[in-house]
Design a protein around this ligand. Structure first.
Ligand code: NDP
Length: 425
């Protein structure tokens, strides 16, 4: 018995170090962030009213006109994730020495979505009632996704106790404190439907990201129906963000080495982030522009597109370079060999700063905010929030790498002293 407990602890050691301000911090984040998403959306489009009785949304029977479409969206995407053609790849090596199989089928799923949207456009003569529904019920659906994230996080938390010794728990989510583990995510890679659906990867890439795309489209469509013509600022934000969304959705294999998949458990933090925060706050610019259509003109468009192109180049090329290097495809680049037998790249983009990819990503975020030009500070929330997210992420990653690589990481820090912004930070 004693022996069994020891091996269980070696595979799933107890979490002793708390992040996000511990139990208090994670509880506060869980309570305030959902309220914040609703409040900021209300400020962005103050004329769009929501029900005065929030409890209404807690009763699925009463709000079936919201729950049925949202659950259908989620379930259909999950079924397509399992059924649509793709190829299989292996994830990173887990603590038990095994590697999970992931089905990569973003291309076929996205092609199907584009096909269905084009078909619906034809069939409805451009009326697209589903986009109108999304636009008109946006605030309520925001609340629905917050509640759904809560249910989903609770469900994955509870099932992490079933056959516990066969599951790999997240190193950061096994503290024994219910609230904290529920927030951080207790199980590392919860899977459902006989292991066919990887809940974390699915939530990261499908229901939230594609809903964000549809919300932008619904704003564009709304303005088109209202005033019968397209608007350059709204077209621009839709195009720029669609590029980013499909780049992310189609880069599934790249995600498999990201912190979210490799390190973080799946709890309320990721469920809420993926399903509610991403679609309902990343689309703020489009929502604002749908009620305040502004004309940017060619020079502002050129400036915004240039900033996005520069940010995307840094973001994409640096991420690609690290990924190719890790696959052994860039043998001539300088690196630091580590005691673990791996290599730390300190050449190319990865000699400029330790997270030059974050800087590129942040520049992209700023270009999106600029589509509303300097007409409102509210849409700049996104760049502000994203800067905090990336700074916090850099600190978490630094701690992880320091623990993992020890003096090899210190040597890397000596060779590449800047963390994100060269010569500044
Ligand atoms: P990184 O891509 O920087 O990956 C960090 C990991 O890569 C480290 O933990 C380490 O892992 C490895 N690594 C770091 N430096 C080196 C090096 N020099 N040589 C070799 N390996 C190295 O960070 P993230 O995974 O956080 O982010 C990936 C992308 O996703 C970023 O571009 C980020 O901007 C974006 N992102 C976007 C979000 C959004 O909401 N839009 C949210 C979060 C991220 P190990 O050695 O263990 O493999």
């Amino acid at each position: 018995m004693g022996k069994r407990n020891t091996s269980k602890e070696v595979l799933n050691p107890k979490t002793t170090k708390f992040e996000f301000g511990g139990v208090l911090g994670s509880t506060l984040i869980s309570l305030t962030l959902p309220v914040f998403t609703v409040v900021i959306n209300h400020l962005i489009t103050p004329n769009v009213s929501i029900s005065h009785d929030p409890l209404f949304y807690l009763n699925p029977c009463k709000s079936h006109h919201l729950w049925i479409p949202y659950l259908s969206w989620f379930i259909v995407l999950a079924v397509l994730d399992i059924l649509m053609p793709g190829h299989w790849v292996k994830g990173t090596v887990l603590r038990n020495g095994q590697r999970l199989d992931y089905k990569i089928n973003g291309i076929s799923n996205c092609l199907l979505l584009v096909f269905v949207l084009s078909l619906r456009w034809q069939m409805t003569n451009g009326q697209m009632p589903e986009l109108q529904y999304l636009y008109n019920n946006y605030m309520e659906l925001n609340i629905i996704t917050c509640i759904f994230s809560f249910y989903l996080a609770t469900w994955v938390y509870l099932r992490s106790f079933i056959n516990e010794n066969k599951r790999i728990l997240a190193l950061g989510g096994n503290s024994g404190n219910v609230l904290y583990d529920w927030f951080i995510g207790r199980e590392l890679n919860p899977r459902s439907i006989g292991g066919l659906l990887d809940i974390k990867l699915f939530c990261e890439l499908r229901p939230g990201m594609l809903l964000w795309f549809l919300i932008n489209l619904s704003c564009l469509h709304h303005v088109y129906l209202e005033i019968g013509t397209w608007n350059d600022s709204l077209c621009l934000i839709t195009l720029l963000q669609s590029w980013y969304i499909f780049d992310g959705v189609l880069n599934e294999e790249g995600l498999l080495s990201m912190m979210d998949i490799v390190t973080d458990g799946f709890g309320f933090m990721l469920a809420f982030g993926d399903l509610a925060l991403v679609p309902f706050t990343y689309a703020l610019q489009a929502r604002w522009l749908s009620t305040n259509p502004i004309v940017l003109g060619p020079w502002k468009i050129v400036a915004i597109v240039s900033l996005m192109a520069l940010g995307y180049t840094v973001f994409h090329l640096s991420n690609q370079q690290k990924s190719l290097f890790k696959q052994g495809k860039l043998p001539n680049m300088k690196f630091i060999p580590t005691e673990r037998g791996t290599k730390l790249l300190c050449d190319g983009w990865w000699s400029v700063s330790q997270h030059i990819n974050y800087l590129g990503d942040w520049m992209i975020s700023l270009s999106w905010c600029l589509t509303t030009w300097f007409n409102t500070p509210l849409t700049y929330y996104y760049s502000f929030y994203f800067a905090i997210l990336l700074l916090h992420r850099q600190m978490r990653d630094e701690e992880k790498c320091h623990k993992k690589y020890g003096k090899d990481w210190e040597e890397y820090q000596r060779r590449v002293p800047y963390k994100i912004i060269p010569y500044i930070y």
